[in-house]
Write a new protein. Structure first.
Length: 413
């Protein structure tokens, strides 16, 4: 390839070198199978026409139907969707789900639309893409700016074209073929992985100090389950500010969850000191968990990190430059494609239940999630030990190896 490699290609190439992949196989695996951009025009509440751009990138289907979120955010563009679609291919492969990877989105700030406009926009997007998505080909799910309601509209509109097909999308409301435990799944998976990491090291998550960036869906459930397993979350930030426990005993998470619900964030929680986002990374803690935006750990912020362990709950939070700094400084990083795969794993459980017309209880979902995440962690850990590589490289070796092997077995005619 003649262009400079993107961030995701840097990680890809390191693993591809270990696997000895040919240049042709690399090209095949990096190029999306389909990359579409559609116009979504709707009537706005004030009578004017609103025109939005929708994206869907289907990256790879070698291992099964493609799976990936639908993001509504003003900064959604071709590059972001392509990168995230590729990450989904590796993520579903690491946890060994029978899926490939996709991603989609609409460049819009959903908070600027009325509920009616949001519904019309979602339905128009479905009209534009329904021919090439579906339970056997590409199954969207919620992501930033979308939720169970958006998935319900998606399913309803898709069914107008194709009949009863609840498995066409996951992350639906419980009343509409949704799955128990889906909302908490990513945070639960993050904590299962953190627990497993310390277990492998002959240590315990209980008693460890943690700094956490983000207190949305993933961050808040991560904090809840860390607290339940005895870890001490001593620093948390969100978009409006942050809090720090000056005594280092650990913030009372159940009370903070209640406080944040009523105060639109964590800032000002009783018994804490204010903390800026910049200072979050340099906290003197055992474990750092980015659970907000991508690109947070950079050549600038990485040298300030004092934690010896990082579990990436957010997608793509670490730049390759920061990753190198962590390797040099002896910081162990559990990569996003493994650490935050709990959400897509429970989405898979939803799809299986929809296709079999059954409903599993929440305890069964949680037990199945624990087994799946632990198995994935152990497989990645083993590769890291055998090949003496960081966990990120090990996860990419496992994932890319599985996708390349499936591609070869199926054959390219
Ligand atoms: P969310 O919108 O529910 O929460 C995002 C959180 O980040 C909020 O607390 C927000 O205040 C905070 N935040 C935003 N900007 C910030 C900033 N500049 N500094 C500090 N905090 C900031 O989103 P989410 O669903 O929790 O997703 C968080 C991350 O996890 C994203 O990277 C997402 O792609 C990834 N992820 C989410 C899921 C899922 O199931 N929701 C699954 C896999 C990965």
């Amino acid at each position: 390839m003649s262009h400079a490699p993107s961030k995701s290609e840097v990680y890809f190439n390191v693993a591809a070198d270990h696997l000895g992949l040919s240049p042709q196989m690399r090209t095949l695996l990096l190029m999306p199978e389909r990359d579409v951009k559609v116009q979504c025009a709707i009537r706005m509440d004030n009578g004017e026409i609103g025109t939005f751009v929708g994206f869907r990138v289907q990256h790879d289907s070698a291992r099964g139907p493609m799976k990936g979120g639908l993001r509504y955010h003003p900064e959604v563009d071709d590059d972001e969707v392509r990168t995230l679609a590729q990450l989904m291919t590796w993520k579903t492969a690491v946890v060994d789900l029978p899926y490939g990877g996709a991603k989609g989105g609409i460049a819009v700030d959903p908070r600027s639309l009325s509920k009616g406009e949001l519904e019309r926009l979602t339905r128009k997007f479905v009209d534009q893409i329904h021919d090439f998505v579906g339970p056997d080909s590409d199954i969207p799910a919620p992501d930033m700016g979308t939720n169970a309601q958006v998935m319900a509209w998606f399913m309803n509109q898709y069914q107008k074209h194709h009949g009863f097909q609840p498995a066409c999308v996951t992350g639906k409301p419980l009343e509409l073929h949704g799955c128990e435990g889906r909302e908490e799944a990513t945070g639960r998976g993050v904590v299962i992985i953190a627990d497993r990491l310390f277990h492998k090291l002959g240590q315990s998550l209980a008693g460890k100090t943690v700094a956490l960036q983000g207190f949305g869906n993933v961050g808040s459930f991560t904090a809840k389950f860390l607290y339940e397993r005895g870890a001490r979350v001593v620093a948390i930030t969100d978009v409006r500010g942050g809090v720090k426990d000056p005594l280092g005993r650990g913030i009372d998470i159940p009370q903070l969850l209640e406080y944040a619900r009523h105060n639109n964030g964590v800032q000002g929680f009783v018994g804490t000191e204010p903390l800026s986002n910049e200072d979050l990374f340099s906290q003197n803690v055992d474990l750092l968990i980015p659970a907000a935006l991508g690109g947070q750990l950079t050549a600038l912020t990485a040298p300030t990190v004092k934690a010896k362990y990082i579990v990436e709950a957010a997608n793509d939070p670490t730049t390759p430059e920061a990753d190198e700094i962590f390797a040099k400084n002896g910081v162990t990083v559990v990569p996003d494609i493994l650490a935050n795969a709990g959400g897509v794993t429970v989405s898979y459980f939803e799809w299986v239940q929809n296709r079999s017309v059954v409903h599993w209880p929440v305890d069964e979902i949680r037990a199945k999630l624990e087994i799946k995440m632990a198995a994935a962690f152990d497989a990645v850990w083993q590769i890291a030990q055998d090949k003496k590589v960081p966990l990120r490289t090990a996860a990419y070796i496992l994932a890319i190896g599985r996708v390349a092997h499936a591609t070869e077995l199926a054959g390219v005619s």
